[in-house]
Design a protein around this ligand. Structure first.
Ligand SMILES: *[C@@H]1O[C@H](CO)[C@@H](O)[C@H](O)[C@H]1NC(C)=O
Ligand SMILES: *[C@@H]1O[C@H](CO)[C@@H](O)[C@H](O)[C@H]1NC(C)=O
Ligand SMILES: *[C@@H]1O[C@H](CO)[C@@H](O)[C@H](O)[C@H]1NC(C)=O
Ligand SMILES: *[C@@H]1O[C@H](CO)[C@@H](O)[C@H](O)[C@H]1NC(C)=O
Length: 494
């Protein structure tokens, strides 16, 4: 009996060795080692309505892998966007201090000096630079002065172009969703077959649409060529200035004042005093500005809960009268939409409001339209009763929903099939989707232009040979085991 057990030992050992070898080959090497030290990077996203700070982290020994960089923490700067401090630039820099103090705590002290810090400003500052370039320079100078006081590796405060904002948002989304390259179970990098996802961003002052395209753009200004991980991407991007949520609301307010004397997108029973200076100070309402008006005068404006008049008012934001290209979205802008999309920022918040707060389905374009009409048809009392908790600017959700619906269906020309390929999402892999991460990845060279190639060490062919070797060892062990068990059973059956 003891002899029988001993003869089972060699095949069992062989099987164990084969199994261990296979496991070692298939489990990514990084999981075997202990967690490596982390590196950090900080981006201040200075939007038109507010500034957010994002702290990112990644393993210090891995630089160029996709999906490696993630969000460590974030901070919302209190108050308005830095562009709202045109008359008080030092107020802009003071507003950042609370979040910067948090960054000092969130990033380990020994990493401070090696942590890159960027400030990127978007459409709010682009608008200020249009109307008052001296003021925008003063604001940037003031925040630069403050940011250099911190022990981080400050690498500049600047205004991003609409094109950069669109492309970096696209890079962020596809990086987080691992659509560029992916680390597979076989210990190899591969390019996922699903391809990239388009990105739609709705900010306070502008909206961006960015997607990979096969046909060359007829308008060179909207085409960007990217080299990421050895792959070439032809990307279409366009940023519509004055089509961000807050500027759209201002423009609708201006038209409501002029054409109706009431606001069809506001709920009946809601009324407020509107300061004319506020309505007309933005370059986005310049076209609607009366020749003479009293900027310190206040006008009383009430809502009328009229979905159809509201839709007409929103429609007026889009012009389809001329297109110098074979195909346009609106306002004569070349566009040929292709592929699936991820829609984030205010796209997400608007759709999330309809779904979660109003309890309305928005899976199809038709449902989105019905949901917008439903919100616009509520009186102020009904809306307040229906939406739990006091929500800031509740009266503006009708206009916001109507705008998103019109922008997608008429503006970009999405039909039901194309709309079915749009996901509304604000985060991926626990990281906010927006331009900030893509901006930092680009400036810190965390995405190489070259393919990851054979960086993993084990060459593919030797990996295959080893895999076959261990697999046959396992197989041989099993055959041996079966034979021995079989022969061990024979005597007792006689
Ligand atoms: C402001 O706009 C001008 C003209 O487009 C541009 O040259 C300048 O760089 C902008 N200023 C900043 C701070 O980006
Ligand atoms: C402008 O409006 C303010 C506030 O209503 C008023 O005090 C002022 O007299 C007005 N100015 C003119 C020129 O109408
Ligand atoms: C708005 O609501 C009323 C009832 O509250 C309903 O009779 C009417 O048909 C609705 N209008 C639209 C356009 O949905
Ligand atoms: C990462 O990318 C940089 C720049 O493209 C390159 O110099 C470096 O060798 C890459 N690192 C690894 C580990 O591939």
């Amino acid at each position: 009996m003891a002899g029988k057990v001993r003869s089972l030992l060699p095949p069992l050992l062989l099987a164990a060795a084969g199994l261990a070898g296979l496991l070692l080959l298939c489990v990514p090497t990084r999981d075997v080692r202990e967690p490596p030290a982390l590196k950090y990077g900080i981006v201040l996203d200075a939007g038109s309505s507010h500034t957010s700070m994002f702290i990112y982290k990644w393993p210090a020994d891995k630089k160029n892998d996709t999906g490696i960089v993630g969000q460590h923490s974030s901070c919302d700067v209190p108050g308005g966007g830095i562009s709202s401090y045109a008359d008080n630039p030092s107020g802009a820099s003071q507003s950042l201090v609370g979040c910067l103090e948090q960054a000092l705590r969130d990033v380990p002290k020994e990493r401070h000096a090696g942590t890159p810090l960027y400030l990127g400003a978007t459409a709010g500052m682009r608008l200020l630079n249009l109307t008052n370039p001296e003021a925008s320079t003063s604001v940037l100078t003031a925040v630069t002065h403050t940011l250099t006081q911190y022990p981080f590796d400050f690498r500049g405060a600047r205004i991003l172009s609409g094109q950069e904002e669109g492309v970096f948002g696209w890079v962020t989304a596809n990086y987080l969703l691992e659509n560029f390259i992916k680390y597979g179970w076989v210990g190899r990098w591969f390019r996922p077959r699903k391809g990239t996802l388009g990105a739609m961003d709705l900010g306070g002052a502008s909206t961006q649409i960015t997607f990979e395209t096969t046909s060359p753009a007829e308008d060179r200004a909207s085409e960007v060529q990217l080299h990421l991980y050895g792959q070439h991407y032809r990307v279409y991007t366009h940023s519509f200035l004055c089509y961000g949520r807050d500027q759209v609301l201002q423009r609708l307010l201006a038209s409501a004042l002029q054409t109706h004397g009431f606001h069809p997108c506001w709920p009946r029973g809601f009324s407020t005093q509107v300061l004319l200076g506020d309505v007309y100070q933005s370059p986005c309402t310049m076209a609607q500005r009366p020749q003479t008006f009293n900027s310190s005068a206040r006008v009383s404006l009430s809502g009328s809960s009229d979905p159809h008049l509201c839709r007409d008012l929103v429609s007026g934001l889009f012009s389809f009268s001329s297109c110098p290209f074979s195909r346009c979205s609106f306002n004569g802008v070349f566009q040929r939409v292709a592929g699936n999309f991820v829609a984030f920022s205010a796209f997400f918040y608007t759709v999330d409001f309809l779904r979660t707060s109003m309890g309305l389905p928005v899976a199809t374009l038709q449902q989105l339209e019905a949901a917008a009409v439903n919100v616009c048809n509520q009186t102020w009392a009904q809306l307040q009763a229906r939406v739990p908790g006091q929500r800031a600017r509740l009266a503006d959700y009708c206009a916001g929903a109507m705008f998103v619906q019109q922008l997608l269906s008429r503006g970009y020309g999405f039909d039901e099939r194309a709309f079915g390929g749009v996901i509304f999402q604000k985060k991926a892999a626990d990281t906010a989707v927006g331009w900030a991460l893509g901006y930092m990845l680009n400036l810190t060279n965390l995405i190489p232009a070259d393919p990851p190639g054979l960086r993993k060490g084990t060459d593919f062919s030797s990996w295959v040979v080893l895999l076959l070797l261990f697999a046959s060892a396992l197989l041989a062990a099993l055959v041996l085991l079966l034979r021995q068990v079989h022969s061990a059973k024979l005597p007792s059956t006689i």
